[in-house]
Design a protein around this ligand. Structure first.
Ligand code: ADP
Ligand code: MG
Length: 436
């Protein structure tokens, strides 16, 4: 898990000194709460948490994936005051760094229901009889629905049978290809892939328009396929919907088996929550489980993240996870601390800080300073309150939600360019936070 910390140093090399000092330096990797494919970082202010999330979480996920081969969810949270004093009980850690496959991604730990049983059954049959009827196996479906899990379950199963497995995201395949071209070592590249029994290529949707890599992938595919080696591919969409995928690959992908994973229905969600809780030794009664299942979305990675967070909070606060606790916790999770601030409060504080009358902020006046104050107020209203864009539009007397979304884009681009302005907005945000 040290890698969680290490990638912060790597990120340092990719961003300006200034950005690093302001945002990343104070970011704390939470060893206790993170595990395998969920990395949790703490920071001390909600606005910078949001900023870090939009600006850096993809980069961090990417750096982590390059290090470990694991696609992780990055969670940036604001540190609760109590958290500083009490230490979280340490959790069993999954040893995922030593091997490329996540050892917990097995068929046994995969919960089935209508949404995923086809993909599950086919994957299992592929694991039992690789290279025969379903070759390639192409699994597709939305984010966090278990594609990587199933694919690696095939890998883990075959690993136990002594097979040599290569698991790569498509991006890793491409990077390896590019670096071998550069160093003129394509022989080594081909040797590497030719020597496996099972090839697992994750997230192939990124193949679009990369012609040279598609060519090379086509050769790799044909070679392995003709040797009867099993190939498993995942994507967020079916082959025919991958724009820029060349026809000959499209046809190859459709040779074998296309298996779709749908978002889990309620019963499957309930079963998944039960299983995760049991695996992590977390006690949840049925009432809580039903509540979570019906109030969380269908992204199973997010569901897992919520359970981990619930458990961490219950340890911190030394409280049992009952319905009330879960309700509060999820409310926090979804709305962060937005609830107690109203748009009115925000307008008042912005008005004091920027010396513009509240009535001007919500007017239609177009003078430069007023427009700026209005933008700041809208931006903070969107980030610090649970109000929807249409609600904010009504408050500021704007036409509709698209006016708000336009303002948000505008201010985000100014924030990106103007460091002083960013500091100003953060200071106002801190003032608002401290008024709660
Ligand atoms: P995807 O690759 O489709 O984005 P993952 O396979 O990474 O999603 O799954 C995200 C998380 O959810 C993983 O931790 C995985 O173990 C878990 N998960 C997904 N589907 C299931 C399932 N049916 N049963 C148990 N865990 C699941
Ligand atoms: Mg995946």
């Amino acid at each position: 898990m040290e890698t969680g910390k290490k990638i912060l140093d790597k990120l340092k090399l990719e961003i300006s000194q200034n950005e690093y000092e302001r945002y990343i330096k104070n970011l704390e990797f939470s060893q206790e709460d993170s595990r395998g494919d969920i990395l949790i970082y703490n920071t001390n202010n909600i606005l910078s948490a949001k900023w870090i999330k939009t600006k850096y979480s993809d980069k961090l996920a990417h750096l982590y994936e390059v290090e470990t081969g694991i696609k992780a969810e990055i969670i940036i949270q604001t540190k609760g005051k109590k958290e500083k004093k009490v230490k979280v009980t340490s959790k069993k850690e999954r040893s995922v760094e030593s091997t490329v496959l996540n050892p917990t991604f097995t068929f046994e730990s995969f919960v089935t229901g209508d949404s995923n049983s086809l993909a599950f059954n086919v994957a299992k049959s592929v694991a039992q009889n690789p290279g025969s009827s379903y070759n390639p196996l192409f699994i597709y479906g939305g984010v966090g629905l278990g594609k990587t899990h199933l694919m690696q379950a095939v890998g883990n199963y075959r690993l136990n049978q002594g097979d040599k497995i290569i698991y790569n995201t498509f991006e890793q395949f491409m990077n390896r290809f590019i670096s071998n071209i550069r160093s003129n070592t394509m022989e080594r590249f081909r040797e590497y892939y030719r020597n496996c029994d099972i090839l697992l290529i994750d997230d192939i949707q990124f193949i679009s328009k990369k012609e040279q890599t598609q060519d090379e992938f086509f050769h790799t595919f044909n070679e392995l396929h003709s040797l009867g080696k099993q190939i498993v591919i995942t994507s967020d969409r079916p082959p025919k919907k991958i724009a820029g995928l060349v026809d000959r690959l499209k046809t190859r992908f459709e040779w074998g088996m296309l298996a779709n994973i749908n978002p889990p229905e309620l019963e499957t969600k309930i079963a998944i929550i039960k299983k995760k809780a049991t695996m992590d030794g977390i006690r949840l009664d049925d009432e809580v489980i039903n509540f979570l299942a019906s109030n969380l979305g269908t992204n199973i990675r997010e569901i897992e993240g919520t359970i981990i967070k619930l458990n961490a909070m219950s340890n911190l606060l030394r409280q049992k996870i009952d319905l009330e606790f879960a309700k509060n916790a999820i409310e926090d999770y979804v709305n962060e601390k937005k609830k107690s601030i109203s748009i009115d409060d925000i307008v008042k504080i912005v008005s004091q800080e920027l010396n513009i009358k509240p009535s001007d902020i919500i007017s239609k006046k177009r003078s430069k300073k007023i427009v700026e104050a209005r933008r700041v107020a809208i931006y903070l209203a969107r980030n610090l309150t649970p109000n929807s864009m249409p609600q904010i539009a009504v408050f500021f007397g704007m036409k509709d939600h698209s006016a708000i979304s336009h303002t948000m884009k505008k201010i985000e681009s100014i924030l990106e360019e103007d460091e002083n302005f960013k500091v100003l907005v953060e200071e106002i945000s801190n003032k608002i936070e401290s008024k709660k």
